[in-house]
Design a binder for this molecule. Sequence first.
Ligand code: ZN
Length: 184
Amino acid sequence: MKVGKQFNTLTYGEYLHLIENHKKFTDFNTLGLFRSIVETTKLSLEEKLELREVAVTAFGKTFEFLQLKDPVTYFGVNALGKTLTKADESQAWDDIRQNQQRILESKKLRHRNFGTYSKHECGQDTCYMQGLMTKQGSILAYYGSGGMGFGSDSCSWSKELKAERHKRDRKSEQRIISHRIMEE
Ligand SMILES: [Zn+2]
């Protein structure tokens, strides 16, 4: 059975039904679920917060792993309903970085540039992604277009990507790839 609908078109009740019965749906995507909780405009904040609790309870391990796979979404899910100061924000990213190390060590995942995960190094000290481990071969383009509100002050993605494209050496190509964090 297929979900047959975009997550962000679902009502609160439909979300609950889907989470409860996720095993029956062959195309159920947990990452997509978490992303949509942040992005959907069909739910009130209260509904989003309740849904977050349901989803994190149901998919706790996947959610923890999002810190590596898609740290921007992880941050967004946690930040729901909170007013974060700059200091809170950078603390949250520090925590993510620490948790990433813990996950990598506990899973003995390879995390050099030749492994599955590579470190984000765009060379901008103010970039909030600086030093984050992210899964290779994923794309950041969506967030780079300003699709989400957070983090945009500290790193101007589209500008940065454009600048990168003008660089001639192959290493800058590599860096562009490491910027493509979002995946699927
Ligand atoms: Zn960067």
